[in-house]
Ligand binder design. Sequence first.
Ligand SMILES: [Zn+2]
Length: 345
Amino acid sequence: MRKTTTRSIQERLKQGIVLGAEGYVFELERRGYIKAGPYVPEVVLDFPEAVKELHREFLRAGSEVMVALTYYAHREKLKDVGREHDLEWMNRQAVRLANEVAREGDALVAGNICNTWAYDPQNVQETSSIVRAMYEEQLSWAVEEGIDFVIAETNDYLGEALIALEVIKQLQLPAMITLATVQQESTRDGYDYVEACKILADHGADIVGLNCDRGPETMLPIIEAIRSAVGCYVAAQPVPYKTNPLAPTFESLRTRNDEQAFPIMLEPFLCTRFEMAAFARQAHSLGVNYIGVCCGGAPHYVRAMAEALGRTVPASKYSPAMELHPMLGSQVSDKDTHFLTDWKS
Ligand SMILES: [Zn+2]
């Protein structure tokens, strides 16, 4: 059943920041409902209540957007786990679950598509039609179930992102297109991230920006450059991990034993809630319009970000009151909140 929202994504962006929340796949993997490796959201069919619970926790924490859990719910990935026959059912169900919870608050529902692993810049013509067909089928089901806009994310290739944009625009929906930033400066098809966002904006994307891969410290400098280059809305959804100039992405973080921490040994690098609150303030001051979190995200981060933006959300009822702690009392400082002040240097 289609949810009727009171305010569209464009109306909300016009009035101020839209707070989003993602990281569903990582969080549901941690909770035991998704298999790390393939990362296919089988939970949508196998444990729908678990998906709804996480939507609800993000909603209570202040997220204004329920993102349908259709990340990797596409033909290529479902083939890998032998559930290709569940493709349509999984996609429809994901949008229904997002709608059910969105109705409990005043949230928007976003359809979600992502990199397909089918796009090949060496064979653009043939692979583009495969990618297009995958996006068309996923989004046609999503539209039938009811979505307010589409987030096309973790785009490694500008070419693939442009196909997503075209399909979304054919459906006459607002498009938020965000790039993955695994490489140092440019997409896998060789476009500087800033230039790629500019091209997406010129082709009619309503919101452009970055999601995933980078933590606040290494995402913000690129976001700042994107903000100055485009006239449309800008989105930033980093991972809540302490990436740094030497290890700018969470894929490049190494443990003490020099092992790759990504994707299931990342805990030592997690940001605190104060650091994510500081990110929200910093993004706000840069003029970012859609602020959120990606893989590694969890409700306590979202609440801290919402409160940093001056909001009181349902979960604020249980926000920390350390002055009431019998031992710590007023000794707790907010020193962590200032870690981002030097990120430009
Ligand atoms: Zn992510």
